[in-house]
Design a protein around this ligand. Structure first.
Ligand code: CP3
Length: 352
């Protein structure tokens, strides 16, 4: 006879997963976008030992180590796999590198002919160290800590692939979409399929929830937002759920404004990650009534700390108390954030 499982170790019992499934859990579960990173001295040490950022992401022991670092300090309710949204272009065979002081760089993808050179059939093989890191994390995490897998959304990933790196306004990608919508659709379709494949492989390796980052969805008019952000996200969620109906999916359509409501109604996601500008009362009435919300502390309040941090965190707690909610930031943690301010925030949340 199998020994009885200890209470709390069933995946569905984890606070974070219960909230994603629609339960009002209090005090709320918490994790922070970019919780592993340069604001932690131990990250900087591991990063220096790895040398290159891509090597850090593609060396399973190191990726596991930096994923666990913020959990050791702060005891978040979820770990997010340490990786990057630009692993998908790398897995497709595009040249990706990270330049010190500059950020991500890619060999720009300029035409439908270049799209045809991408190799989705080799993605799982090229990214096998990522899946090994997920398996390693699954073995290392406490029973109550959930493991989040993630990917960038097709538009946000495409914007870097086309531009060859970060950009203020992603004009090249937007110009392609308006000038040659069929050709651009070909790239988005390829990214939808590659993203589904990549997320399914993370689930097979042990990820218990998924987040899709559409960091640049806020630059489109509504018609184009629906075509290039909402529809691809809906297709990804449907394809993942067709295989794993119980895996919760969080979408982060940053900057979507009032279109957050359409995303809540139509994407099929279990939760929406709210950016810092989404008004709390509106989100409570229009979004939290339909699904779990996650967010949305201003990362700058976390840099500042003190009374300003307490005030901003309390407003969010008051707004979302009583419904399904995961505390998080409205965007990634900044590298200048004092780790002590994260401790301050955690103390406030635990006493909520
Ligand atoms: O949240 C986590 O702790 C998991 C790890 C994670 C990273 N990037 C690590 C990282 C996640 C989830 C991401 C997502 C990501 N990457 C996004 C979407 C979220 C968002 O912030 O909008 C985007 C747009 C990227 C692309 C990317 N990667 C950029 C623009 C940069 C440079 C920015 C910077 O801060 O230098 C990266 C590099 C990167 N990804 C770092 C980390 C910790 C810094 C790398 C370093 O150590 O030098």
């Amino acid at each position: 006879m199998a020994p009885p499982r200890p209470v709390g170790s069933r995946p569905a019992d984890k606070k974070f997963l219960r909230a994603l499934r629609g339960e009002a859990v209090w005090p709320p579960p918490v994790w922070l976008m970019r919780q592993a990173g340069r604001y932690l001295p131990e990250y900087r040490a591991t990063r220096a030992a790895a040398g290159d950022f891509l090597d850090l992401c593609l060396t399973p022991e190191l990726a596991v180590e930096v994923t666990l670092q913020p959990l050791r300090r702060f005891g978040f309710d979820a770990a997010i796999l340490f990786s990057d949204i630009l692993m998908v272009p790398h897995g497709l065979g595009q040249k990706v590198w990270f330049e010190e002081g500059v950020g991500p760089r890619l060999e720009p993808l300029a035409s439908p002919a270049a799209v045809a050179t991408l190799e989705p059939q080799r993605l799982r093989e090229r990214l096998s160290p990522v899946f090994e890191a997920v398996r390693g994390l699954k073995a290392a995490l406490l029973a109550e800590t959930a493991l989040i897998g993630f990917a960038g959304a097709p538009w946000t990933v495409a914007s870097y692939m086309i531009e060859g790196g970060s950009s203020r306004d992603f004009q090249k990608g937007r110009a392609w979409a308006y000038g040659d919508p069929e050709g651009f659709q070909g790239l988005i379709d390829l990214l939808v399929e590659a993203t589904v494949d990549y997320l399914l492989a993370q689930v097979e390796a042990g990820a218990e929830a998924l987040q899709i980052f559409d960091s640049w969805s806020g630059i489109w008019p509504d018609s184009e937002f629906r075509r290039w952000c909402l529809e691809p996200a809906r297709r990804i969620v449907a394809a993942v759920k067709a295989v794993h109906p119980d895996i919760p999916v969080i979408l982060f359509p940053r900057g979507a404004g009032v279109l957050y409501r359409e995303v809540a109604e139509e994407s099929g996601a279990d939760a929406l990650s709210l950016d810092t500008t989404v008004p709390l009362d509106w989100a409570r009435a229009e979004l939290q009534s339909r699904l779990c919300v996650q967010g949305n502390l201003d990362p700058v309040a976390l840099i500042v700390g003190g009374a300003a941090l307490d005030r901003q965190a309390r407003r969010i707690l008051e707004a979302f108390r009583g419904g399904p909610f995961v505390f998080n930031l409205g965007h990634g943690i900044d590298k200048t954030t004092p780790p002590g301010h994260v401790e301050q925030l955690m103390a406030l949340l635990r006493a909520a």
